[in-house]
Structure formats: structure tokens, C-alpha cells
Design a protein around this ligand. Structure first.
Ligand SMILES: [Mn+2]
Length: 654
């Protein structure tokens, strides 16, 4: 298989952490995704949208304010306006200060605008009871969401009008544990819609092997040896033509993993229809941005979509204008962006709008079709992001000044301050979790109520933790890793007590789960001379890195450093002897660990170092920098003092 051709991959494949690179879909650039039919209620959703378009009904799209919500909204909006340019459509995203998810004002707005077909994106699964009035007035509702559904007490007849398209309700658990972001679900909904239009979604197929018949519908595995399911007979030859597969491999996959062979059938149905494939490309970059922001597992079809999205970036014509403008605004080299660049540059920019209470500024850029206007709007968004950064800084100061109020002996970090500013609670909670290596809650005042965010650490399911005390909140929603809430001021103290109590229980087994799920990292030993273009091209084949496909950390043993420079007070840049001079080594917050060397940078040169970090192509080359490559240092250790060694030698000789 492919990985045998590359030395580094061949080495990696020997390690347990990298067994996944031997999967059949790891290196593919084909659109190997599961049939949209795996998504529950998708056919109902498609028929609701069809009906709305046919009857010229007004469509209302309401999306969440974060990156996943925004990208989903833009994908859907762009698609519907292409399908039917004169469609009446109301576009809206929540913003900071709103309640989480669906609330009364939105329902009222839907009625005032006389919308008939309503989409809720990246929200709604836990708010079905709020839809009562819409259901009574016979509105059609499509929820595309991946948050944990709460549907136990919902009357069955609600679902005559609600399509709840949430992968967590799927019966079959797929390789990504059914964790797809809403942007990915939206892309699949669109592909499902198009396949339905071309009648490919209904098509039945079967494959025969060893006297067994495997039945599929558009790649959805229906079962074996069913009766009355004739459909089209597919043979190995049908696949060989398109995928250049080898027969043993094909047979093995059919017999052992028919769900995986289903992906090839779905891919055939998409790739053979150029217009559907073009839509997949058009939206894959937006979908990838939402997926990376939500940190879903980067395996199987998730990985495929992100790879397509990053690949599409190289061919600007396929991109929507708004994205082009954003990439231009941050001045990065399109063709060389990796998943980390997306998470560090574009995602915060899109998030800033919602955090600053102006989500529409992010939508404005992304739905703008005029390139000049899109650029102006990108600038506005970028200014908003600067304001967001300043706000985060002020909150960070408040946190540092009041760190003594945090009880660090607890299993949970809890922080509330009456002067903290709103909108960036998620960032603050993440920083606390990172710093204290425990789950963390940040709360700040926001008008009538206080608002907070909670971030997990060590694999603790924070939403599950909060659900037993959900009565303490005005409003609560989220995932296993992150949740947000609204709370009255008088309940804050009570929440703190309860959290500490519950976290006692949750703490047992935490470390073990943590070690299992987030193996710290993987080191690959390399010589400085080997850092270069060839390694970059191998690494690109392994991209995207993240959840489920850990980034490779390189270990440079016993090397010397030179050209040291401090930047922005806390960080250092340097070069490594024997490595290319176009590689910039960066160590963030270096002096937190090596504080005594701040006034004597030169002394660092007198040591040999072990350096561990990531290596990548610099996306700001050549526009901003002469350094073609970057090496982000995660850790560096002093190996030996060259002066001492010199002394030893001198002493010996004389
Ligand atoms: Mn999401």
C-alpha cells in the first residue's frame, strides 16, 4: 500500500499510534464519504426543502453563532440561492448575549416574517419543546445539528413536521463515532438533496461474493441475503475502472467491512455527476473550517472532507468570494495552509463576530458575491477580531490578578469575577483548563444574568456532569468537551458548591481515561539536515492532523542553536546549526521556563539541546517573511554545557 513508498510513513506505520494510516481511505483523494442516507430523517428534510421551493415559500435559516454555525449557515444559504435565485430567505445567526439555541424571540420572528420552512443549524436538538407553536401552525422544520438530543418527552406527532437530522441518533456507529460537525452534516444534506434530484439516492445495488449477496441503497449498507432487493449488480470490475483497486483488497473489504465498500458506491454516484462533485468542492473548504473549529475526530469521512477542503484552497476559482477575501485579509499563502493554520487564523476571525455580539459581520463577508465589497467586509471583521483580542487580554489580566481566589485543590477550576467582560468566556475557560490541567468554568456578568463557559480536560464529559444540576441554570447546552450556560447571579455560589461535589465523583478514572484518549504525543527522531522540502511533502500526505490523527513531533537530539532573538517580550526565535537557514525555530513563552536567560541570551548558545516540536511550511512565506519553514518548539532541554566539556578536555590535555 501507499505508505510503503515513503520512509517516514513506513517507520510510523510500525507504531500503534499510527496504525490508522494503513486504513484504505487514509491516503485517498477520492470522495469516500458514507451515503447521506445514514443521517436519520434526511429524506424527510429533503422533501420539506423541495416542497418549500416548489411552493415559493419563505425559508428561515437560523444558525448558531460559532464557526461551525456560521459556516453551516453560509453553505446552506449559498446552495439554496443557487438552486433558486429569487427565493425569499431570512438569514440569521445567534450572537453573544442571546440565549443558547432556540428561544421565544426567534419563534416570534419566524411568525412575523411569515416563513414556512425553517432550518435550525448547529442547535435545536435539545430544544424541540420550544417548537410547539411552529408545529401547531404546520410549519416545516429541519434541524441539522450534532449536539446531544433531548427528545424523551416530545410527542411523536411533532416529528411529522420536524426532520431532526442529528448523527447521534444514527443506529449504526461509524468510524468517527458519529461525530460530524454541523458544517459536515450540511454538506452531506446538500449532496443528499442533489443525489435525490438525480434519482441516485433511491438506487439499490448489490454485490455478490462467496455465495453471499450484500445489498445497498446509494451505498447505505442494507444487509446480507435480503429477499426482493434486486437492484443493480455491481462487480469488482465496476469499481476497478474508477478506483484502480486491487481485487484481493476489494474482496476483503466487501466480506469484512461492507459499510466501507458502501463508501465507494456513494463516491461513484457523486463523482460520476460533475455538477454534484462541483458542489462538494465548492462547500468543502467551509465545511472543513467548521469541522476543524469543532475538533471532531479527523478520521474516515471527516478526514476526506477536510482533505478535499484544504485541496480546494489551491484552486481559487472553486472558492466562494468571501473566503478568498478573508484569506487575502490575513495575507496567507492559500496553497500551503494546513489544518493548524485554519484553526489559528480563519476560525478565530469568524468566531470574533459572534463573540463581539455582531455575528452578522461574519455572515456579511461570506455571502458577499462582489470581490471588492467582500474585501471591505473582511477588513471590518478583522477589526472586530482586534477588539476581541483586547477584550481577552483585559480578562486575562483580571484572571491573573485574582488567581489566588481559585481553589486549586479542587478537581475543577472555577472562576467568576464581577468585572470580567462578556463574549470570550469560551477562550478564558480553555485557557484555564490548559493552564491548570483540569476542567474549568469561567463566568462573567452579562446584563440581567451571568454567562459562562465550561471546557473539559482529561476526557471528562462536562455536559453529562452538568445535566443532573440543570435546574440551577436559566439555560444550558453543549457537548462532552464544551458547554455554555446562562445563570442567575444568586445561583453562582451554589453552582460552585455543586460542581466541586460532583467533580469528586467524576474524577475517579480521569487520569486513566486521559492517558488512553490523549496520548501526549509522538516523537520522531530526525537529523537537522533532514528538515526540508521532501519531509514537508511527506507530511502533507498525512494532513490533516488533529483528533484521531496526532501531529508528529520531531526530536532533534543534541543540537546547537544560533541567531537568537527575543520577540514580543516573551518568545524567542532562533536557528539550528546544520539545519537550513530558511527554518525559523519559534518557542512561545520561552522565558516562563528559562527565566534566568532573559538577560543573557548568548549563554543559550553554550549548550547542546534536545528540541521537540512540529515542522511545517510557513504560510506567510514569501509575503511577510524570508523563512520558508517553521519549527514550533514544544519543549527544549539542555543536554550538555559545551563550556564544561571544553574545560574537561582542556584539563585532560594539560
Ligand atoms: Mn457545532
Amino acid at each position: 500500500m501507499f505508505y510503503h513508498q515513503l520512509k517516514i510513513l513506513k517507520d510510523l506505520s510500525l507504531f500503534e499510534e499510527f496504525q490508522h494510516i494503513q486504513n484504505h481511505d487514509f491516503f485517498t483523494d477520492r470522495l469516500l464519504i458514507h451515503s447521506p442516507l445514514y443521517l436519520p430523517d434526511i429524506e424527510k428534510g429533503i422533501s420539506f426543502l423541495n416542497e418549500a421551493l416548489k411552493n415559493n415559500q419563505k425559508i428561515f435559516i437560523f444558525g448558531d453563532r460559532d464557526v461551525d454555525g456560521i459556516t453551516s449557515t453560509v453553505i446552506l444559504y449559498d446552495f439554496i440561492t443557487i438552486l433558486k435565485p429569487n427565493v425569499q430567505i431570512v438569514l440569521k445567526n445567534s450572537k453573544d448575549g442571546d440565549y443558547y439555541g432556540i428561544h421565544r424571540q426567534i419563534i416570534e420572528e419566524i411568525f412575523t416574517t411569515e416563513s414556512e420552512c425553517i432550518f435550525f443549524l448547529d442547535m435545536g436538538s435539545s430544544h424541540i419543546q420550544y417548537l410547539k407553536d411552529l408545529v401547531n401552525f404546520k410549519k416545516k422544520i429541519i434541524i441539522l445539528d450534532h449536539h446531544i438530543p433531548q427528545i424523551e418527552n416530545i410527542p411523536q406527532d411533532y416529528f411529522l413536521q420536524i426532520a431532526l437530522i442529528n448523527p447521534l441518533l444514527q443506529k449504526i456507529v461509524l468510524e468517527h463515532s458519529n461525530r460530524i460537525s454541523t458544517s459536515g452534516i450540511t454538506l452531506k444534506f446538500i449532496l443528499g438533496y442533489l443525489l435525490n434530484e438525480s434519482k441516485a439516492l433511491q438506487k439499490l445495488q448489490s454485490i455478490s461474493y462467496s455465495e453471499k449477496n450484500y445489498y445497498f441503497q446509494n451505498g447505505l449498507f442494507l444487509g446480507m441475503n435480503l429477499e426482493n432487493q434486486p437492484g443493480t449488480q455491481l462487480s469488482f470490475f465496476d469499481f476497478r475502472k474508477h478506483f484502480s483497486l486491487d481485487e484481493d483488497f476489494f474482496q476483503d473489504l466487501v466480506l469484512k467491512k461492507p459499510i466501507e465498500i458502501g463508501k465507494y458506491i456513494t463516491a461513484l454516484s457523486i463523482e460520476m455527476r460533475e455538477n454534484i462533485l462541483n458542489f462538494a468542492k465548492r462547500y468543502s473548504t467551509l465545511a472543513a473550517i467548521g469541522m476543524l473549529a469543532d475538533q471532531i475526530p479527523l478520521v474516515g469521512e471527516n478526514r476526506t472532507i477536510i482533505k478535499l477542503g484544504l485541496g480546494t484552497l489551491k484552486y481559487k476559482p472553486n472558492l466562494i468570494e468571501g473566503l478568498k477575501a478573508l484569506f487575502q485579509e490575513i495575507n496567507v499563502n492559500f496553497g500551503f495552509l494546513n489544518s493548524r493554520d485554519i484553526s489559528w487564523t480563519i476560525a478565530p476571525l469568524l468566531n470574533a463576530a459572534g463573540r463581539m455580539g455582531e455575528t452578522e459581520k461574519a455572515l456579511d463577508v461570506l455571502v458577499e458575491k462582489n470581490p471588492m465589497k467582500a474585501l471591505q467586509k473582511a477588513k471590518i471583521l478583522s477589526n472586530l477580531n482586534s477588539l476581541r483580542k483586547e477584550r481577552t487580554k483585559r480578562n486575562q489580566q483580571i484572571l491573573e490578578n485574582n488567581e489566588h481566589t481559585i481553589d486549586q485543590n479542587q478537581n475543577f477550576i472555577f472562576f467568576y469575577h464581577k468585572e470580567a467582560e462578556p463574549g470570550v468566556s469560551g477562550i478564558m475557560a480553555s485557557r484555564m483548563a490548559e493552564k491548570f490541567k483540569k476542567p474549568a468554568i469561567w463566568i462573567n456578568p452579562e446584563g440581567e444574568y451571568a454567562k459562562g463557559s465550561i471546557r473539559s480536560w482529561g476526557g471528562v464529559n462536562v455536559l453529562e456532569m452538568l445535566l443532573p444540576i440543570k435546574n440551577l441554570f436559566v439555560d444550558l447546552g453543549g457537548h462532552a468537551e464544551a458547554a455554555g450556560f446562562t445563570i442567575t447571579y444568586e445561583n453562582i455560589e451554589k453552582l460552585k458548591e455543586e460542581i466541586f461535589k460532583i467533580s469528586q465523583k467524576f474524577h475517579s478514572g480521569l487520569n486513566e481515561a486521559f492517558l488512553r484518549e490523549q496520548s501526549p504525543y509522538f516523537e520522531y527522531s530526525i537529523k537537522p539536515e533532514q528538515l526540508g522540502d521532501e519531509l514537508i511533502s511527506d507530511l502533507r500526505k498525512l494532513e490533516p492532523f488533529g483528533n484521531g490523527n496526532p501531529e508528529i513531533l520531531f526530536l532533534l537530539k543534541s543540537v546547537r542553536i544560533c541567531d537568537l532573538e527575543i520577540f514580543l517580550e516573551k518568545h524567542i526565535k532562533f536557528k539550528v546549526v546544520r539545519a537550513l537557514s530558511t527554518i525559523e525555530f519559534i518557542h512561545w513563552k520561552f522565558f516562563e521556563e528559562f527565566s534566568d536567560s532573559k538577560n543573557d541570551l548568548e549563554s543559550l548558545k553554550h549548550f547542546r539541546w534536545d528540541i521537540i516540536g512540529t515542522f511545517e511550511r510557513n504560510p506567510y512565506f514569501p509575503s511577510f517573511t524570508n523563512s520558508k519553514f517553521r519549527f514550533y518548539v514544544k519543549k527544549m532541554n539542555k543536554q550538555e554545557n559545551l563550556d564544561n566539556k571544553l574545560n574537561v578536555i582542556l584539563n585532560r590535555t594539560f
